[in-house]
Design a protein around this ligand. Sequence first.
Ligand SMILES: NC(=O)c1ccc[n+]([C@@H]2O[C@H](COP(=O)([O-])OP(=O)(O)OC[C@H]3O[C@@H](n4cnc5c(N)ncnc54)[C@H](OP(=O)(O)O)[C@@H]3O)[C@@H](O)[C@H]2O)c1
Length: 342
Amino acid sequence: MKLYGNSRTTKGKRVRHMRLLILGGTQFLGRAIAAHACAKGHDVTCAARGVAGAAAQGTRFIRVDRDDPDGLAPLEREEFDAVVDVSRHPGPVRRAVKALKHRAAHWTFVSTVSVYADNRTPGQRADTAPLRAPTAPEIEHCTEETYGAAKVACEQAVGENAFIVRAGLIAGPEDPTGRFTYWPVRLARGGEVLVPGAPDDAVQLIDVRDLAQWIVLAAERRLTGTFDGIGPSFTRGEFMADCAAAVGASCTLTWADRAFLERHEIKRWTGPRSVPLWVPLPDFAGFNTRDTSLAHAVGLTVRPLAETARDTLAWARATGASVTGLTADEESVTLEAWHASR
Ligand SMILES: NC(=O)c1ccc[n+]([C@@H]2O[C@H](COP(=O)([O-])OP(=O)(O)OC[C@H]3O[C@@H](n4cnc5c(N)ncnc54)[C@H](OP(=O)(O)O)[C@@H]3O)[C@@H](O)[C@H]2O)c1
């Protein structure tokens, strides 16, 4: 297979031109990678079933079903310089590695910080933090419960000589989960806002566009190694203040502690009846405090949180995107109970 093609000049910089395959590429992160690579002048192919959404404008779409053992056959005669795989399922990842990895000069696998075994110890780094045990070799697909273990199995299938990005919470426009989006939308509504935990608790995330840009840069530079793909750690107080200022919110914050939230069956992290992005302490005292100096040393740059909050709100308003978390009624009932308990 021919390696990278000629370099081109984009915005005054020499960039190695790539034929980039994204296994996925029709939703959120994969789509952002495709859009950014296209904007940089690369030839981008997205391979997916076509269920999640449309491929970004300017990319080529090839229909594949990776659940089918022969599902990658439509890519057999194609040539790529670099491949990005966003899958969470060990079976499809193993088949892609077998069929394509030896033919591409660079391989990126998007993993997750859920691979880590220890969520309690603050300040951990990708090169030293202990991992969960992988799912068993015969496991093809992950479930919600085995997500982290399945990603460990995927990483092992990808092996050395690849760029493995363990993403933390990904935020920004087009987020299908609605969990970061809850906060700019809620703050923009104003009034009294129920906030979980305490102002000193940690929050950590990455804007989808920053992660996408770094992944494309890594492919251009043929960067290999394993890194956390996440931005700096904020306190939750800073997080709320930055988001509120970014969306011009006029609101007051009422901080409710873990014991109260659990007594009122408020869920953690995501989903209906959750206060999104809340993780209980001390169980998750290390979760939002990862040391990302390794990633920043090799090209990860992040935009201000305010920009992510503003753009996410603008996207949510323009598209009517749904958020997950407490409804307005659930929040006001919970706030009443909070004040009654004081
Ligand atoms: N969101 C977060 O906060 C977060 C945090 C940490 C890590 N991550 C990781 O980041 C990555 C996110 O990727 P993403 O945003 O691009 O979304 P994703 O939800 O993982 O997207 C899956 C992609 O794979 C395709 N796909 C699914 N099943 C397929 C099949 N059987 N055959 C072929 N293609 C298939 C989908 O398209 P079709 O449905 O059209 O086939 C879609 O393009 C994931 O690896 C996730 O684990 C996310």
